[in-house]
Design a binder for this molecule. Structure first.
Ligand SMILES: Nc1nc2c(c(=O)[nH]1)N[C@H]1C(S)=C(S)[C@@H](COP(=O)(O)O)O[C@H]1N2
Ligand SMILES: [Mo]
Length: 314
């Protein structure tokens, strides 16, 4: 492993957790999938024997050279309506959330429906990557997620040709999730992706951050991360994934259809009806930044939307 001067990194980067050692056991299969996020794939012979932080994460910055948001900030300023509508109140309310045992049922239009246990999913946890998560409230963080490509999971169940979308569902358990006792919203939280978005290399299922298991408030034990879309697409604490023919209606489309569309691609030129999305507040910074189309991943994802009107398909 590359040696990094202690002065350049926060202690989190030095951790090799038990989970990363588990990941290392199946790291070979990940070789073909390492090119996401502008992280160059090393030649197969150079595959590390231990899962390593991505080169940028080791240096404490993302692909654009922006500093990682500190662990304590990422884990104490959350959106997770099942626990609280107050971003700073999610962590204390979620602290006893039971995330093991856990299963994710994958089915719908597939040849091989299967229920994955958390052990199976942690085996897929191959490689630590950086993704920038931005939220529709126009605040953003840089988060070094640990996870694996969603395409890896989907390949196991063999989607049928009729499948056009992927639908995700969060756990429904009002006993543990006080927010679900509020019938103003239509629980459980649901999200969806077009199949080609779901298969894209940048789309991951995250099981950790900063090389540690995901804390409950960040969507333990497994959540989606779609780095070129607004935060609400990244559904937390997933228990069910279905391949479907029709576009799923997401939690936010259902709750406020004029305000939230299906695509939710980060786009400075398309305002939310109640606020501009041209700039964002990077948590921890004083002045606002200009928001970048597709959150800086245009090279990789713009082709997915070729010929589409992004104002209409917001
Ligand atoms: N199940 C569920 N998933 C969810 C949410 C939620 O309320 N419930 N909030 C979304 C929103 S609006 C954002 S901005 C991100 C926040 O993720 P973070 O708290 O890990 O930063 O989670 C998304 N996933
Ligand atoms: Mo959000």
């Amino acid at each position: 492993m590359e040696k990094i001067p202690a002065s350049e990194i926060t202690p989190e980067h030095l951790y090799f957790t038990r989970r990363q050692f588990i990941a290392a056991a199946s790291a070979v299969a990940a070789g073909a999938l390492l090119s996401a996020c502008g992280v160059p794939s090393p030649p197969p012979t150079a595959r590390p024997t231990i899962a390593q932080p991505s080169p940028q994460a080791s240096k404490g910055v993302d692909e654009l050279g922006d500093k990682l948001t500190p662990f304590d900030t990422i884990t104490n300023y959350n959106n997770f309506y099942e626990f609280s509508l107050d971003k700073e109140d999610v962590a204390p309310r979620a602290k006893d959330f039971k995330t093991s045992p856990w299963t994710v049922q994958v089915g719908g239009l597939v040849n091989k429906p299967r229920t994955f246990g958390l052990e199976d999913l942690l085996k897929f946890e191959q490689e630590e990557r950086i993704y920038r998560l931005r939220c529709v409230e126009a605040w953003s963080m840089v988060i070094p997620w640990l996870g694996f490509p969603l395409s890896k999971l989907l390949a196991q169940v063999e989607p049928q040709s009729k499948a056009k979308y992927v639908r995700f569902e969060t756990l429904l358990d009002p006993k543990q999730m006080p927010g679900q006792r509020d019938s103003y919203f239509d629980w459980p939280y649901v999200e969806g992706l077009r199949l080609d978005e779901a298969m894209h290399d940048l789309t991951i299922l995250a099981t950790g951050l900063y090389g540690k298991p995901l804390p409950p408030q960040d969507g333990a034990p497994i959540r989606l991360v779609v780095p070129w879309k607004y935060g609400f697409k990244s559904i937390k604490s997933i228990v069910k994934i279905d391949l479907v023919e029709a576009m799923p209606i997401s939690f936010w489309m259902e709750s406020a259809p004029n305000e939230y569309g299906f695509y939710a691609n980060v786009n400075p030129d398309v305002s939310h009806p109640r606020w501009s999305q041209a700039t964002e507040r990077r948590i921890g910074e004083f002045s606002r930044r200009k928001t970048i189309l597709f959150n800086g991943y245009a090279d990789q994802v713009a082709p997915l939307y070729a010929g589409m009107d992004l104002r209409k398909n917001f």
